[in-house]
Design a protein around this ligand. Structure first.
Ligand code: GLY
Length: 609
C-alpha cells in the first residue's frame, strides 16, 4: 500500500472555515465542534491565567518562545498539580523564517542524583517499594524546568527572563481565585497531603480545609523564589539560596539531591524524531522520551492500513490501531531509555521498513495476546494517573512551541521545600525500579531504563508538531501518563485520516492499549456494537475515565485555529486579533543556533532478535 495524501489530510486543518465545496462537501457549518479562531497568534494551556499571561506577551510583540516560557512559569503557580519549577519536561520549538524553518527539541527532563543507584527502590528481598519512589525525598529527580525554560528564552526568545516571570510572580504574590478544577483536585488528594505539612500550609486552610471555589490562593514563598530567579537568573535556583534550601531539605529527610547535583544540571538540545504520515510531516520528542519514537512507529504501521476507509472509531480502525499500540508499547519496554546512557535504536524503530514488518504481523481478524508479543513478562494491572500538562503556542510569524512538562504525579511527591513554595517532583518512579515490574502507569521498563546516577528517566511525554507542505502547522500534546503517546496518535489520525478540524479531533472519544494490561480502554462514546465486534476479535474492552487533556493550536492559510480539551476544566485557548503589517517586524531570536543539538547515536541502532 503506497502512502497517499488523503482527502481528510488535505481538508483537516481548514475544515472549520473552508468555503462550501462540491464533491467531498466541507461546509463551514459542517463542523460538529468549532475551534477557537484567531488572526495574530494563538495560545492553548490548561489554565486561563497562564493562557492570558502568554497571550499578553504575544500582544506586546513577543514570539512563541517568549509566550511559552511565560505560560510555563505561570502554570507553576496556577496549576500546581502539574505546572512546576520543581519538575521537568520537554519543549519542541519550530523556528520559522528568517532563522528557520527548523525544529529543535529542548530536553529539560529531571536527572537522577549522583548518589542514586540501581537498587535504591528495592527492599532487602529485592522487591520494589513503591512508596520510596513516589512519596519520599528519594522520589525527586534533579529538577530541570528552570534551566530548561531559561535556555529556551535565551536561545530562541526575545524578552528578558524577568518579563517572562512577571505574571507568575504577580499571580503568586497577589493570589488568584481557586477554580473548580483546583478545588476538586485538592479535595481529591487531601488525604495524601496529610503527610506533607509544608504543602498543607500552602494549599489548605489552617484546619486543613479545602479552599472553596473563589477563595484567593496566595503563595508568598513561591513568589519570593520566582523573584529570585527573575533577579539572579537560573543560577538562583541551581546555585543560590534555593539550591541550599533544596539540598538542606534533602539532607534532613534522607533525600539524595545535593548542591553539586543542582549545580551540574544542564538541559540538552536534541534533534527531534521525525516521520511522515500520509503526506504530513510529524516532528516529535526524541529519547529520553519514548513519545516521538513510538508515535512515528505507530503511524508507520497504520499507514499500511486504509484507516480512512475503515471510518473513525470503527471496529476495524480500533482493532488495527490497538494492535499497533500493543507492538509499540512492547518495544518501549525493550528498547527505550536515556540515550546518554544506552544505545536506543531510534532510526530502526522509526523506519518505514520496520513499520511494514510490524504491520504484516497484525491479524486483521484477531487480537494477538500480549503474552505472545513479548513472552515471559508478568502482566500486572496498575492505576494510571492524569498528571502532567501541555501547552501550545504559535505566533504571527509562524514560530511554534509544543511543550509538555510535569511533576509526575499530581503535586509530585506533595513535598514542598520549606520556605520556597516549590513542590518536588516524584519523577524517579519513571525509572524501572526492577526491570519487568510495572511503574505507577503500569508500564514495564527494561534494563535501559534502570536507575543510574545522573541518568534521565524514560518518559511518555509527546509534544508534537505536524506540518503540511502548504505551510500549515499543528502544535499538540497532552498529559495522561502512559496514555500520552496514544492520545497524540489519535490526534494525528483524526486530522490526517478522518478530516476533522482541531476541535473535532480533540473532542472525539479516545481509546488506549499499552501491551500490558492486555485490554483496550475506551472512553464513553463508543458504540456497544463496536465493542461487541472488538470482543469478537478477542479484545478485552473496558470503560475508562477520560483520557488526557490536549492543548492544540494550528495555523493554516493565514488563520489560527485552536482547541483546549473539554475533558478538564479551567483550560483556555485564546486567539489574538490581527496585527497591521508595520506592527509586526519578525523579532530575531537572540542566539539562533541549534548546531549543538545532539545527533542521534549511529551506534547500536540494530533491533535485537
Ligand atoms: N511522568 C510521566 C512521563 O514523563 O511520562
Amino acid at each position: 500500500m503506497r502512502p497517499t495524501l488523503s482527502a481528510g489530510a488535505l481538508l483537516a486543518f481548514t475544515a472549520a472555515t473552508a468555503p462550501a465545496q462540491t464533491g467531498t462537501a466541507i461546509y463551514r457549518d459542517a463542523a460538529a465542534v468549532h475551534p477557537v479562531v484567531g488572526y495574530g497568534g494563538m495560545v492553548a494551556t490548561q489554565d486561563a491565567h497562564a493562557t492570558r499571561a502568554a497571550a499578553g506577551v504575544l500582544a506586546e510583540g513577543g514570539n512563541a518562545v517568549d509566550a511559552a516560557v511565560t505560560a510555563g512559569f505561570a502554570l507553576a503557580v496556577t496549576l500546581p498539580r502539574a505546572g512546576n519549577i520543581g519538575g521537568g519536561g520537554f519543549m519542541l520549538v519550530h523556528l520559522a523564517a528568517p532563522e528557520g524553518p527548523r525544529q529543535v527539541a529542548i530536553d529539560y527532563r529531571e536527572k537522577a542524583p549522583k548518589a542514586a543507584h540501581r537498587d535504591m527502590f528495592l527492599d532487602e528481598r529485592g522487591n520494589p517499594v513503591a512508596e520510596l519512589s513516589r512519596t519520599t525525598h528519594l522520589a525527586a529527580g534533579v529538577p530541570g524546568t528552570v534551566r530548561g525554560l531559561a535556555l529556551a528564552l535565551e536561545k530562541y526568545g526575545t524578552v528578558p527572563l524577568a518579563r517572562a516571570l512577571a505574571p507568575a510572580i504577580a499571580l503568586a504574590e497577589d493570589g488568584f481565585p481557586v477554580g473548580e478544577d483546583l478545588h476538586d483536585s485538592l479535595r481529591f488528594y487531601a488525604d495524601e497531603f496529610e503527610s506533607a505539612p509544608e504543602a498543607m500550609g500552602i494549599f489548605f486552610g489552617p484546619g486543613g480545609e479545602v479552599p472553596p471555589v473563589g477563595a484567593l490562593l496566595v503563595q508568598k514563598d513561591l513568589a519570593a523564589s520566582l523573584r529570585k530567579i527573575a533577579e539572579g537568573g537560573p543560577d538562583a535556583f541551581y546555585r543560590g539560596s534555593i539550591a541550599s534550601a533544596i539540598a538542606d531539605d534533602m539532607a534532613a529527610h534522607g533525600g539524595l539531591i545535593t548542591r553539586e547535583d543542582l549545580e551540574a544540571y544542564r538541559p540538552v538540545l536534541r534533534r527531534p524524531v521525525t516521520g511522515s504520515y500520509r503526506g504530513l510531516r510529524v516532528v516529535s520528542m526524541p529519547p529520553p522520551s519514548s513519545g516521538g519514537v513510538h508515535l512515528v512507529q505507530m503511524l508507520n504501521i497504520l499507514e499500511r492500513f486504509p484507516v480512512e476507509q475503515y471510518g473513525h472509531n470503527s471496529a476495524d480502525a480500533v482493532h488495527v490501531t490497538a494492535e499497533a499500540m500493543r507492538l509499540a508499547y512492547a518495544d518501549r519496554s525493550r528498547y527505550l531509555g536515556d540515550p546518554d546512557f544506552a544505545d536506543v535504536p531510534v532510526a530502526s524503530l522509526t523506519s518505514k521498513k520496520y513499520g511494514r514488518e510490524l504491520a504484516a504481523k497484525i491479524d486483521p481478524e484477531h487480537a494477538t495476546p500480549s503474552l505472545e508479543v513479548a513472552p515471559g513478562l508478568d502482566p500486572m494491572e496498575r492505576y494510571e494517573s492524569n498528571e502532567t500538562t501541555h501547552f501550545s503556542v504559535i505566533d504571527r510569524w509562524g514560530n511554534a512551541v509544543s511543550n509538555t512538562y510535569t511533576l509526575n504525579f499530581s503535586y509530585g511527591s506533595k513535598l514542598v521545600v520549606p520556605g520556597t513554595g516549590i513542590l518536588l517532583n516524584n519523577e524517579m518512579d519513571d525509572f524501572s525500579a526492577k526491570p519487568g515490574v510495572p511503574n505507577a502507569y503500569g508500564l514495564i521498563g527494561g534494563r535501559r531504563n534502570a536507575v543510574e546516577p545522573e541518568k534521565r528517566m524514560l518518559s511518555s511525554m509527546t509534544p508534537t508538531l505536524i506540518f503540511r507542505e502548504d505551510g500549515s502547522i499543528v502544535a499538540t500534546g497532552s498529559p495522561g501518563g502512559s496514555r500520552i503517546i496514544n492520545i497524540v496518535l489519535q490526534m494525528v489520525c483524526n486530522l490526517a485520516d478522518h478530516g476533522m478540524n482541531v476541535a473535532e479531533a480533540t473532542h472525539a472519544p479516545r481509546f488506549h492499549h499499552q501491551w500490558f494490561p492486555d485490554q483496550i480502554r475506551v472512553e464513553r462514546g463508543f458504540s456497544p456494537d463496536t465493542i461487541k465486534l472488538l470482543a469478537a476479535r478477542g479484545h478485552k474492552v473496558v470503560l475508562a475515565p477520560a483520557i488526557g487533556s490536549t492543548q492544540t493550536v494550528s495555523y493554516s492559510g493565514g488563520i489560527f485555529y485552536g482547541s483546549s480539551d473539554p475533558r478538564r476544566r479551567g483550560a483556555l485557548t485564546l486567539g489574538l486579533p490581527p496585527f497591521t503589517p508595520d506592527e509586526a517586524p519578525a523579532p530575531a531570536a537572540k542566539t539562533p543556533d541549534d548546531e549543538e543539538a545532539e545527533r542521534p547515536k549511529e551506534r547500536g541502532d540494530e533491533l535485537e532478535e
